[in-house]
Design a protein around this ligand. Structure first.
Ligand SMILES: [Zn+2]
Length: 70
């Protein structure tokens, strides 16, 4: 039978992982822009040129909202 060891952790200890990085010296893919992207930014564009992302919406879509999407 396989057992899985569960290590005890004190609060404030452990769980300290380096943030994922995506390489340094990456520039925005927009031709006219040479903003240096953060190594923590996994987008190919700087914030100004990144495609607009809409957060997941919860709840009911109103008719106005549906009209905007159509
Ligand atoms: Zn840009």
């Amino acid at each position: 039978m396989a057992t899985t060891a569960v290590m005890a952790r004190r609060p404030g200890q452990g769980g300290r992982r380096r943030p994922k990085t995506y390489g340094i010296d990456r520039r925005c893919h927009t031709d006219t822009c040479d903003t240096l992207l953060s190594r923590y930014n996994n987008s190919e564009f700087c914030f100004q040129h990144a495609p607009v992302k809409y957060p997941r919406l919860r709840g009911v879509f109103t008719e106005d909202f549906e009209a905007l999407r159509a």
